[in-house]
Design a protein around this ligand. Structure first.
Ligand SMILES: Cc1cc2nc3c(=O)[nH]c(=O)nc-3n(C[C@H](O)[C@H](O)[C@H](O)COP(=O)(O)OP(=O)(O)OC[C@H]3O[C@@H](n4cnc5c(N)ncnc54)[C@H](O)[C@@H]3O)c2cc1C
Length: 394
C-alpha cells in the first residue's frame, strides 16, 4: 500500500468514487497503479444512531451495481443501508405524468439508493485489499511533465511518480485537465441541488418521485430503508438559498407541500446541504498520455441521477480497453486512448442531450403544453417507455 516504486503503468489522480473504482478495476487486471488523492483515504465510521443517514445519496443503476460487484465493492455494502427503487413517478408542471416500474422491465430494481459514506467505505476497502495499487494520500501534485513515453507527476513533498498513462479522476474542476491545456470550463446551471433526509408519515413502498416544478426546478424524493426518504431539489440558486435558510419544521412543511403531500407529513432528520450544479462537455477526453474519467470528463445535471453511473461506465470501459490492449505493451498508447474515447462518446452525449434538454424544456414557460403533452404521449406508449427506462438501467 505504501509507495515503494515510482514507475507505474497507470497513475489515477483523484480518489473519489470514480478514481477508487478505476484503481481497483485496473489492479484486478494486474495493471500496476499509483492512486494519488489530496485528502486522506479512509472508511467512514459506523453511523452514530438509527437516524444517522448521509444526506448525499446516489441512485446506482443495475449496470453500475454489476460493475461494482465485479470489482468486489458491492458485496461490502450492508443490505440494511440499501433501498431499491421499484417504481418511479415523474410528474410535469401541468397534467403530464409518467411512471416506470421495475416489475414491468423484469428487473429487481430500477436503481439502488446508496449513501455516499457507504459506497466510499466499500471502495476504499476494495482498494486497500487489492494487490498492484500503491496509495499516495494525502498527497498534492504540484506539476506534471509530459514525455513521449510517460507522464511524470511531482508531489508537494518533492517526490515524483511516473506512469505510461495518467488518468484524471479529479472532479469537475480537474487540475490535470487544465495542466493538459484542456481549458474548457464547466458552465453553471444557475441551479443548486439542496439535499436532506426526512422521515415520512406513509410508507414509500419502494417508490421514487420526481416533480418538474413550474419555475422551481426539479424535486426528487428517493426511498431510504424504513420510513425515510432522501430529497434532491435542484432549485434555482435564489430558491435554494431560501430553502437552506428555513428552520427544520418550515423546510419539512415546504418540501411536503411541493411534493403534493404524497407521503404525508415529513420530519427533517439531517440538515440540508447544497451543491452548485454545472454542465461540462469537452471536445475530447483524451490527449497524449492522458485520459479523463468521471466528473473530470463530463458534467451532467443530477435530474436523471446518472453522474456517477456515467463515471463507473468510463471506468469499466477504460479498464476493459487497457486489459484487452495488453499485447501492445503500452497502456498509454494513443490507439488505446482513442478506443476508450470512441466507446464513451455515445453514452455520454446521449445522457447530456437528455438531461440538458429536459432542463431547458422545463425552463421555458412557452413550452409548458408541449412538455406535459410529450410526457403523456410517452406514458401512453409502453414500448417507448420501456426503451427509455432500459437505457438508463444499463
Ligand atoms: C446533489 C447531487 C446528487 C447526485 N446524485 C447522483 C445520483 O443519484 N446518481 C449518480 O450517478 N450521480 C449523482 N450525482 C453525481 C455524482 O455525485 C458525481 O458524478 C460523482 O460523485 C463524481 O465522482 P468523481 O469521482 O468523478 O469526482 P469527485 O467526487 O469530485 O472526486 C474527485 C476526487 O479527486 C480529488 N482531487 C481533486 N483535485 C485533486 C488534486 N489536484 N490532487 C489530488 N486529488 C484531487 C478530490 O479530493 C476527490 O476525492 C449527484 C451529484 C449531486 C451534486
Amino acid at each position: 500500500m505504501t509507495a515503494t516504486r515510482t514507475d507505474y503503468d497507470v497513475i489515477v489522480l483523484g480518489g473519489g468514487l470514480v478514481g477508487l473504482a478505476l484503481a481497483t478495476a485496473l489492479a484486478r487486471e494486474s495493471i500496476e497503479v499509483a492512486l494519488i488523492e489530496r485528502g486522506p483515504l479512509q472508511c467512514f465510521a459506523e453511523p452514530a444512531d438509527a437516524e444517522d443517514w448521509d444526506s448525499r445519496v446516489y441512485a446506482i443503476s443495475p449496470g453500475s451495481a454489476d460493475f461494482l460487484r465485479a470489482v468486489g465493492a458491492w458485496q461490502r455494502l450492508r443490505a440494511e443501508r440499501l433501498a431499491a427503487i421499484e417504481m418511479m413517478d415523474v410528474r410535469g408542471d401541468g397534467d403530464g405524468a409518467i411512471a416506470f416500474s421495475a416489475y414491468e422491465l423484469g428487473e429487481r430494481a430500477l436503481a439502488w439508493i446508496v449513501e455516499h459514506r457507504e459506497l466510499t467505505s466499500a471502495l476504499v476497502e476494495s482498494v486497500r485489499t487489492a494487490e498492484h495499487v500503491d496509495v499516495l494520500a494525502p498527497s498534492q501534485p504540484t506539476a506534471v511533465a509530459w514525455r513521449s513515453d510517460a507522464a511524470l507527476i511531482t508531489l508537494s513533498d518533492g517526490r515524483s511518480v511516473s506512469a505510461r498513462l495518467l488518468v484524471g479522476a479529479d472532479g469537475v474542476r480537474s487540475w490535470v485537465r487544465r495542466e493538459a491545456g484542456m481549458t474548457r470550463e464547466p458552465r453553471a446551471y444557475g441551479q443548486t441541488a439542496v439535499v436532506a433526509n426526512f422521515t415520512i408519515e406513509h410508507s414509500h413502498r419502494g417508490r421514487a418521485f420526481q416533480w418538474f416544478r413550474d419555475g422551481e426546478g426539479v424535486l426528487a424524493w428517493l426511498p431510504l430503508p424504513g420510513r425515510r426518504i432522501s430529497m434532491v431539489w435542484s432549485a434555482p440558486d435564489a430558491l435554494a438559498g431560501e430553502l437552506v435558510a428555513l428552520d427544520a419544521a418550515a423546510l419539512a412543511t415546504r418540501v411536503s407541500a411541493a411534493g403534493e403531500g404524497a407521503l404525508g407529513a415529513l420530519t427533517l432528520i439531517t440538515p440540508p446541504a447544497a451543491f452548485p450544479l454545472s454542465f461540462l462537455r469537452l471536445p475530447s477526453v483524451v490527449s497524449s498520455r492522458l485520459a479523463l474519467v468521471g466528473d473530470a470528463a463530463h458534467g451532467v445535471h443530477p435530474l436523471a441521477g446518472q453522474g456517477v453511473n456515467l463515471g463507473f461506465g468510463d471506468t469499466a470501459t477504460l479498464a476493459a480497453v487497457l486489459s484487452a490492449g495488453r499485447p501492445i505493451g503500452d497502456v498509454g498508447a494513443a490507439l488505446l486512448l482513442e478506443r476508450y474515447a470512441r466507446k464513451r462518446a455515445g453514452p455520454v452525449l446521449a445522457m447530456q442531450l437528455v438531461t440538458d434538454g429536459l432542463v431547458r424544456l422545463f425552463e421555458s414557460p412557452a413550452l409548458k403544453r408541449l412538455r406535459n403533452g410529450g410526457m403523456r404521449a410517452v406514458a401512453a406508449i409502453a414500448p417507448v417507455r420501456r426503451v427509455l427506462a432500459q437505457s438508463a438501467l444499463r
